[in-house]
Design a protein around this ligand. Structure first.
Ligand code: PGA
Length: 251
């Protein structure tokens, strides 16, 4: 049975002190969650070690928002998977549309990053999703299929046990425009089919596929009720502990 997961992507928000306070509040509120729901927070790099201390003894897991595509060495400004592990991370988000759009993250680079993350023992939340032009041109299924194939078809069914997919339509991120539950569900079902074609039905059925893009307490229930939506990757609404937990209580 695949896991229900709600992950909070804090993006470039909060300073270290505020971030630790937010993490403590999330850990406290998370006590209300049923055992089967996985909760993950992804603060900025600078906060990771402090937040991992703040989360100790709670059921909240820690994720980075990105990692380097090299193991170590002369890569000024980059953060390696080993650094993330040693800071207390269990996960990293990879391929977020903001990384693809503003920092030239390509599928080829993502293959390296996923490989390094898995080798280091990190779980991966791999983001895919179409932009507005692609949606309006009716290419949303093709774009998501390509992204999944370009990255995940380089891995094995065994690797997939530690990979979660997040479908995030770019036009819905931070815009207040949520994909309708039906729009999201049809892409999630498509992604599961693409995974099934390569890894078989069992692996595809066991892979958690999260929805992201203006997901909030008021729309999470309808989204999470869809058969192929296994939770959410939450941006703005993850910056308030109460909203974030309300979303996680929406299954
Ligand atoms: P949003 O961001 O919830 O603020 O739309 C989601 C994301 O980009 O992960």
């Amino acid at each position: 049975m695949r896991k229900k997961i709600v992950a909070g992507n804090w993006k470039m928000n909060t300073n270290c002190q505020d971030g630790i306070e937010l993490a403590k509040a999330v850990a406290e509120e998370a006590k209300a969650l049923p055992a089967g729901t996985g909760l993950i927070v992804a603060p900025p790099f600078t906060h990771l070690f402090g937040v991992s201390e703040a989360l100790k003894g709670s059921k909240v897991e820690l994720s980075a928002q990105n990692c380097a595509d090299h193991v170590s060495g002369a890569y000024t400004g980059e953060v390696s998977v080993d650094m993330l592990k040693s800071a207390g991370c269990q996960w990293t988000i990879l391929g977020h549309s903001e990384r693809r759009q503003y920092y030239g993250e390509t599928d080829a680079k993502l293959v390296e990053k996923v490989r390094l993350a898995l080798e280091a023992g990190l779980g991966v939340i791999l983001c895919v999703g179409e932009n507005l032009d692609e949606r309006e041109a009716g290419r949303h299924f093709d774009v998501c299929t390509e992204q999944i194939k370009n990255v995940l078809y380089n891995f094995t069914g065994e690797d997939m046990k530690r990979i979660v997919v997040a479908y995030e339509p770019v036009w819905a991120i931070g815009t207040g425009k949520t994909a309708s539950a039906q729009q999201a569900e049809e892409i999630h079902a498509c992604i599961r089919k693409v995974l099934s074609d390569k890894f078989g039905a069992v692996v595809a059925e066991d892979t958690s596929i999260l929805y992201g893009g203006s997901c909030k307490p008021s729309n999470a229930k309808e989204l999470f009720a869809q058969p192929d939506i296994d939770g959410g990757l939450i941006g703005g609404a993850s910056l308030k502990a109460k909203d974030f937990i309300e979303i996680a209580l929406s299954f």
